[in-house]
Design a protein around this ligand. Structure first.
Ligand code: AMP
Length: 397
């Protein structure tokens, strides 16, 4: 899949609209706790500034649901962007209101304008064509660099592309990189190729699992989703997370793995706790001996050893979803140990999914991975084999 390339556009001295993904996590004081997504957008922004462009940036933040809620203002994003770009960033008072329209019209080259939160406009998530048209009218070129929302058919991601021909729109450097990385991973991985799949539920990852099966050599399951598989295998899983309606699907995944010769790993022991809490009494138990009313909240040390053994010869690792409730220190050890092992390996390591990226960053291993995706939902949909609505209009036919 080849995308319209920003480098092929005649951008010099023009006005360009870049859809970014500045949907960054904030702490309870309203401070940005991880600015990876802002930093990842700098390459495209700087490229446009080097082409002497006037640059209009747009993003959403959180879910203000069509209301102008101060909590979701892009003020902190503008401030951080200003520090990172080392130049003034003008923040519009609205999205497509008088202020934004006037500022966009008057924007001189080499200047940066950031629109207010796109989701202050209810039309954004409805892919409202009138909103797309107004946004498109601000510039001569459109660049999508928002991988994290490219799986959404929204006005600033999908509808807007209709107002630009192929000489006036393209994928930014970040979007290109994300699509290329996942494309290579799914089509030409260096083998053996292993997927580590964790997180809370099977339901969120069933399609991705099914699509991954014919491509990978090994799958390692962790997190809450492991218990649906373990239950289906006949284990007593106590009060662990389980999706009873997906037991059949879990069986199908295991059957398919066997049929395809994919090595399918499940935890052999877990850290079980009396309640879902940091101060819960907890103990290591084998998968065969989870007590009634106890819940498995992390993979145990024997599983970590087993997974390390299984991962020791792999050349490519895709990791999506934590091995346990990593937000609580007590149940973060399984994820942390696997993260260290993966980071130290000589394999190509790709981390997808917001939680997994967050966990790798918390442990301080983000620089050690080959690639950390900025999009959780979007990367999952790519793994499911879908063509994303924000990417489809940018594919060279
Ligand atoms: P997901 O969004 O599906 O990738 O799931 C991520 C969430 O799964 C994290 O917030 C983890 O705390 C949670 N999680 C991981 N393992 C377990 C488990 N054994 N029981 C309950 N929740 C879990």
């Amino acid at each position: 899949m080849e995308l319209l390339n920003i480098k092929k556009l005649d951008l010099a001295n023009k006005k360009v609209f870049i859809r970014c993904d500045f949907n960054v996590p904030m702490d309870e004081f309203g401070n940005i706790s991880d600015d990876r997504r802002i930093r990842s957008a700098l390459t495209t922004i700087n490229y446009c500034l080097d082409q002497d462009c006037a640059v209009i940036l747009a993003s959403h933040l959180g879910r203000p649901k069509g209301e102008m809620v101060e909590k979701y203002s892009l003020v902190p994003v503008a401030r951080r962007l200003q520090q990172l770009l080392k130049r003034h960033v003008e923040l519009a008072g609205d999205v497509v209101g008088d202020d934004a329209m006037q500022k966009a019209k008057d924007l001189p080259r080499h200047e940066v304008l950031l629109l207010e939160n796109l989701r202050y406009e209810s039309g954004e998530t409805e892919n409202d064509i009138e909103l797309s048209k107004k946004l498109a009218s601000m510039s001569e070129f459109y660049i999508n660099d928002a991988f994290g929302v490219s799986h959404r058919a929204h006005s600033s991601v999908a509808g807007i592309t209709e107002f630009f021909d192929d000489e006036h729109k393209a994928a930014g450097f970040l979007l290109q990189k994300e699509i290329q990385f996942f494309g290579k991973l799914m089509n030409k991985p260096t083998r053996p190729f292993a997927a580590i799949v964790g997180g809370s539920k099977v339901s969120g990852k069933l399609e991705a699992l099914t699509n991954l099966l014919p491509k990978v050599d090994k799958i390692f399951i962790g997190g809450g989703m492991a218990f649906t598989f373990l239950k289906q295998m006949g284990y007593n899983i106590g009060a662990s997370l389980v999706e009873d309606d997906l037991l059949d699907d879990a069986q199908k995944v295991m059957d398919k793995a066997r049929e395809l010769g994919v090595k399918f790993y499940l935890p052999v022991d877990v850290i079980a706790a009396e309640k879902f809490s940091e101060d819960a009494v907890s103990k290591i138990v084998t998968a065969q001996e989870i007590p009634d009313n106890w819940m498995g909240l992390d993979i145990g040390p024997a599983s970590v050893r087993l997974y390390r053994e299984g991962l020791s010869d792999v050349q490519t690792v895709l990791w999506n979803g934590p091995m346990g409730v990593y937000e609580m220190d007590k149940f973060a050890r399984g994820s942390s140990k696997i993260a260290h092992f993966v980071a130290d390996s000589y394999a190509t390591t790709v981390v997808g999914g917001g939680d997994t990226a967050d966990l790798v960053q918390r442990i301080g291993l983000d620089e050690e991975m080959s690639f950390i995706s900025t999009g959780g939902g979007a990367s999952l949909e790519l793994l499911e084999g879908k063509i994303l609505p924000g990417v489809a209009p940018l594919i060279i036919q």
